[in-house]
Design a protein around this ligand. Structure first.
Ligand code: XLS
Ligand code: NI
Ligand code: NI
Length: 431
């Protein structure tokens, strides 16, 4: 135990009417919804990088948070882990996620970084024995260090590719050791700044080979978790290769990796790509590659990945609707890839940001479940396509046959209302 959170007690469910600030109003973890406990539906996870490693800087200002564990020693990394598990005990969420760089200090060379990782992974492993918190996913930070400024897998320098490959091996090993349920690859620098110095085809081939090696290694060591790619457009590089769900699907198909790799879809990244979160989720589900979600919210004016905690029930309800419709999470979960605003300095802010977000998600998921169970929305959707149900006999072999059909029957199709506002009204009855 550290004393960072002073006397904050584990958060309990107290119902929507409680005046208590440190309480869940909607996240009643053992409540049954569609036959499953809320906790099992939502599979909440805390992100080590935002909650414990991020110093509160922005492009114009430096560190605003003063945390007793900031610094580069193993001792401080262990204090950070102690504080992390204190937060997990307060929130009672079942999972956490990390990058190697979040949990261990960077060494002077590869071997030292590796030793640091092994030591802290052992330490975290011991803490997990006593705690109820499990690992949703691990990942490698292949974007912060200057060696990766021109990419990791897609770097023009083969030695950077090699360094990244060796690093990912260590991170998959760490994830495997901690029984992680997934392994994530977010291509933070896999993209380019200018085409003038970039060989697009070569970089794409490198990325395909890299991901292929990840899948091979997973099977070799018997890691049963899911490999997830996280799409994101235009940040930090101007052109990110894994732009959105559709582009990653094309990439996976191209390198024969569909069936092996699924996606970790983030709300803010969907918005940056010019989509809605529910669009990205529905598309991934329809392509069979929906894996897990990074739950957050972007500021709609700023145009950046602001990674705020979610606070709109109607937005998250539509997202969980797609997830429930697809059968819910298997190895995936709801990872809060979200950070405090840089003025939110207090330990209480960190706790309550998560509590509020968990409540918003619990509310959204329950609304989505009711909407799905009542089935009005799905029935309306099916009805819209119902013409296709009984015209099987009209299925024609080619354009000429359709021409025959239309001309000989004097067909003149009449437009029907799409009923968007009525469906919006319907959804609003639930959220
Ligand atoms: C950054 C990404 C990152 C990934 C993991 O925008 O969301 O946090 O989730 O590398
Ligand atoms: Ni993310
Ligand atoms: Ni993000």
């Amino acid at each position: 135990m550290s004393d960072f959170f002073r006397d904050i007690e584990p958060i309990k469910y107290r119902g929507p009417d409680t005046k208590e600030e440190f309480a869940f109003r909607y996240y009643d973890q053992s409540k049954l919804v569609m036959g499953k406990r809320l906790a099992e539906h939502l599979r909440f996870s805390v992100a080590w990088w935002h909650s414990f490693a991020w110093p509160g800087n922005d492009p114009f200002g430096s560190q605003t948070f003063e945390r007793p564990w900031f610094g580069d020693s193993m001792e401080l990394a262990k204090l950070k882990a102690d504080v992390a598990f204190d937060l997990f005990a307060i929130l009672g969420q079942p999972y956490f996620c990390f990058h190697d760089l979040d949990i261990r200090p960077e060494g002077r060379n590869f071997n030292e970084s590796h030793r640091n990782l092994e030591e802290i992974v052992d330490y975290i492993g011991q803490k997990m024995v006593g705690a109820k918190t499990k690992l949703l996913w691990g990942t490698a930070n292949l974007f912060t260090h200057r060696r990766y400024m021109a990419g990791a897998a897609t770097n023009p320098d083969p030695e950077v590719f090699a360094y990244a490959a060796a690093t990912v091996k260590n991170c998959i090993d760490a994830t495997h050791q901690l029984r992680g349920e997934n392994y994530v690859l977010w291509g933070g620098r896999e993209g380019y700044e200018t085409l003038l110095n970039t060989d697009l085809k070569r970089e794409r081939d490198q990325a395909g080979r890299f991901l292929g090696m990840v899948v091979e290694y997973k099977h070799k060591i018997g890691f049963e978790g899911t490999i997830l790619v996280e799409p994101k457009p235009q940040e930090p590089t101007k052109h990110q290769y894994d732009y959105d769900v559709a582009s990653v699907y094309g990439f996976l198909k191209d390198f024969d990796l569909d069936g092996e790799v699924k996606l970790n879809i983030e709300q803010g990244h969907a918005i940056l790509a010019g989509h809605s979160f529910e669009h990205e989720l529905a598309l991934a589900a329809s392509l069979g590659i929906l894996g897990s979600i990074d739950m957050n919210r972007n500021d709609y004016q700023s145009g950046w990945d602001t990674d705020q905690f979610p606070n709109s029930v109607s937005e998250v309800a539509l997202a969980y609707y797609e997830i429930l419709k697809a059968g819910g999470f298997t190895t995936g979960g709801t990872n809060f890839d979200a950070k405090l605003r840089r003025q939110s300095l207090d330990p209480e802010d960190l706790v309550l940001a998560h509590v509020g977000a968990m409540d918003v998600c619990a509310r959204g998921l329950q609304a989505a479940a009711a909407l799905l169970e009542d089935a009005d929305l799905e029935e309306a959707r099916m009805e819209r396509y119902s013409g296709w149900d009984h015209t099987e006999s009209l299925f024609k072999d080619g354009l000429e046959e359709y021409f025959q059909y239309i001309t000989s029957n004097d067909i003149d199709p009449q437009p029907r209302s799409g009923r968007q506002e009525r469906l919006e009204n319907l959804v609003n009855r639930y959220v």
